[in-house]
Design a protein around this ligand. Sequence first.
Ligand SMILES: [Zn+2]
Length: 81
Amino acid sequence: MSVLIDPADPRGASAVMLATHSDQWTPIGSAWRIPSRSRPGVSYVVTAASCTCPDQRFGHRCAHQLAAELVQELTDEAAAF
Ligand SMILES: [Zn+2]
């Protein structure tokens, strides 16, 4: 599986930014608690299927979900070696 980042979608760039700070994420089972980049002190619980951020409520995949997928993929690839 490969994560597709659409260069025309600003969420792609946001997801890459979020993923570069994945050392600040807290694992909760199969979910992540990811600190918000725009709202200090706020963090979101992100799974493959959902996220608690406001963006997600509009029904599309948010930057947090994309970032979580990116990091998961990198982790899987690292484990494969
Ligand atoms: Zn989100």
